[in-house]
Design a protein around this ligand. Sequence first.
Ligand code: 13P
Length: 245
Amino acid sequence: MRTSLVIANWKLNGDLALVKEMATHFAGLLKDTTTTVVVCPPAVYLKAAEIALAPVNIKVGAQNCAAHTDGAFTGEISAQMMRECGASYVLVGHSERRAIFGESDDVLAEKIARVQESELTPVFCVGETLEEREADAVESVIEAQLNAGLAQADFSNLVIAYEPVWAIGTGKTASPEQAQEVHAMIRRWLRDKAPEQADTLQILYGGSVKADNADTLFNQPDIDGGLVGGASLSPEQFDAICKAA
Ligand code: 13P
């Protein structure tokens, strides 16, 4: 009932050459799959990525957007501008945005609204730190993030990504059981808040997803695909991850 979705988050990496490499590598590979594949390059490469990747059935997305639509916000890019440059998805609330750039729950809720107003799909990221996991606070932390970020959200156009902070870029993946437990908890939360979308909304796992662990993670009943950082910079690895979905 849910199709798979795999999203590459290049973060502050990649260049036009990598866009080309991806296009060449994926030529013909995604013809007969129901899996949706998305690449989120740095925003300046969005248009070039859309032009190169649309013919090989890869969509593009933005890693972030402004909480405002327009105005005196030097350096910001609006959701509508991302859309004009070819984006179909926008990541919102990645733990790096929360921790390094201090994005609060209120700002993230605003960003979700801007993305949905622009008819793009937000990929709302949640996840606990190691301290929070060790303090047995996983459920309360994730619930608080969901309640705050999605207070006004339209659940019919939304993806949720669970990315435990301790698993991002560390090589420490959540075990399939650990990940499934949180995904099931998110699904229960959805049943309460948005019963009509609870069974169709895609929930992705992110955090050190690699070619050799993607299969067991994606086989869990409530894991509908992945949000991939480091491994998405290698067309071969990313391709293997997409095949596992
Ligand atoms: P890694 O796959 O490099 O751990 O990054 C995960 C991530 O943050 C994707 O958004």
